[in-house]
Ligand binder design. Structure first.
Ligand code: HEM
Length: 212
């Protein structure tokens, strides 16, 4: 792969900086929550925890894979890293996609068993499929040397990763708003990621669309 081809125009506007800080804080929040869920007794739903630890390999793959992806994602968007230290971008990207693969396969495994009921389970499982699919497309694009298409798939993929942050913001808000836990949990299995994905899709459409 020609790493110098990873150079893209600098993202300099203040809005982009604000957006990046928002993504970083969301990533930290989601990763911190995952680490607490795995390692702190009493943190998180006992029912989900039992399921995670009944197949501990999948549980750790999901929690740690998700945390690594949530943390690394924002740094992959930094133009200066891509231009000044392209090898760092490449290795963080490999780590990110490995984390998505591990977390996504485990997500596929846990999705159908979710506490979110049948509708919510379909939501989580669909998310796992799109997460793995968009990561695969991003990888294949960069192996072909197509930087623009790679970038678009990675943005879609991080929008889905970021669902881990939006879920944990939306769930308490819906419960405070009066929904039962069950109803709120079923709803967030969809609304934690579909709007993120649509926002990125709309943003990508405003840019010049290269050949897919
Ligand atoms: C984007 C693809 C993802 C999919 C498809 C997915 C799917 C799932 C599913 C099905 C569950 C079990 C829910 C239940 O049993 O009711 C779960 C729980 C969990 N996921 Fe994910 N997840 C994804 C991303 C992430 C990320 C990025 C993180 C970490 C940053 C993460 C961390 C967790 C944790 C800690 C739990 C345990 C439950 C809790 O904290 O409330 N997931 N996920």
């Amino acid at each position: 792969m020609n790493v110098s081809a990873l150079t893209v125009p600098a993202a300099t506007s203040n809005w982009k900086r604000v957006g990046w800080v928002f993504l970083l804080l969301g990533g930290l929040f989601a990763a911190g929550n995952a680490i607490m869920f795995l390692y702190v007794d009493g943190h998180g739903s006992a029912e989900i925890k039992n399921r995670f630890f009944a197949t501990a390999l999948a549980g750790y793959a999901h929690g740690i894979g998700g945390a690594v992806a949530a943390l690394l994602g924002p740094f992959q968007l930094i133009t200066r890293i891509r231009t000044a230290w392209p090898r760092v971008h490449v290795w963080m990207g490999r780590t990110y996609l490995t984390a998505v693969l591990a977390g996504g396969l485990a997500g596929l495994y846990f999705g159908p068993q979710s506490s979110a009921g049948i509708v919510g389970s379909i939501g989580f499982t669909t998310l796992a499929v799109f997460w793995l699919y968009s990561g695969t497309q991003a990888y294949l694009a960069i192996r072909r040397g197509n930087v623009q298409v790679h970038r678009r798939w990675m943005l879609r993929n991080y929008a889905l990763t970021f669902g881990a942050a939006t879920l944990r913001i939306e769930l308490p808000l819906l419960i405070i708003g009066g929904l039962s836990f069950q109803m709120a949990y079923t709803l967030v299995a969809w609304i934690s990621w579909v709007p993120n994905w649509l926002i990125v899709e709309a943003w990508l459409r405003r840019r010049r669309a290269p050949a897919r």
